[in-house]
Ligand binder design. Structure first.
Ligand SMILES: [Cu+2]
Length: 196
């Protein structure tokens, strides 16, 4: 059994990442099939002070996974740095800010206990294989097309409520409706509404 050890660096080989039900990150070079990329919809964008939060998304996890990852692009148009320090996610007990990197061919994931700096003028993208929000102790399953409400929290700017679009298992990019590449003006809605 593989266990997620909180607070410790988590290492696994790239091969393990493709098969373990407890890991949610696809290794670079491993491209799982992602369908439904043809739709176009405006990206979701949120303003919080000098910060723009664009296209929050997550993806379906393997059966039995206890964690999921959240991705988003954050742009700081202000003159002061801020820090992404966490957030909330309706299907998880708590949210951490993590960094994933490859060290000698081994993928490692660690919590950024002081958060992730968003420098003035910088645009930081949380994406598979890099920085991400980690949704700990998941208490429900993600389903494609059913966005999940959550919150993103910064040290200075405070918190903003967002909706995370849900992409298929192994998807490398945001689902339609939360897709950064759409590069269209922000709209109030995206990805449809499925409240239950
Ligand atoms: Cu993580």
């Amino acid at each position: 059994m593989h266990k997620i050890i909180l607070g410790a660096a988590i290492a696994a080989t790239a091969a393990l990442f493709s098969t373990s039900p407890f890991l949610t990150h696809a290794a670079p070079g491993i491209r799982l099939v992602s369908s439904a990329v043809a739709q176009t919809a405006p990206e979701q964008s949120y303003k919080l002070g000098a910060l723009t939060i664009t296209a929050p998304w997550t993806r379906v996890t393997p059966k039995g996974a206890r964690v999921a990852a959240g991705y988003v692009r954050i742009t700081n148009t202000g003159a002061e740095p801020d820090r992404l320090v966490g957030g909330a996610f309706d299907l998880s007990a708590r949210v951490e800010v993590h960094e994933m990197s490859v060290d000698g061919g081994v993928m490692r994931m660690r919590e950024l206990s002081k958060g992730l700096e968003i420098a003035p003028g910088a645009s930081v993208e949380l994406k598979p294989g890099g920085y991400h929000l980690m949704f700990m102790d998941m208490k429900g399953a993600l389903e494609v097309g059913k966005p999940v409400k959550g919150r993103i929290t910064f040290e200075k700017a405070g918190s903003i409520d967002v909706e995370f679009g849900v992409a298929p298992l192994g998807a490398a990019t945001a689902p339609s409706g939360a897709r950064p590449a759409a590069a269209k003006p922000a709209a109030a809605h995206g990805g449809g509404h499925n409240h239950h």
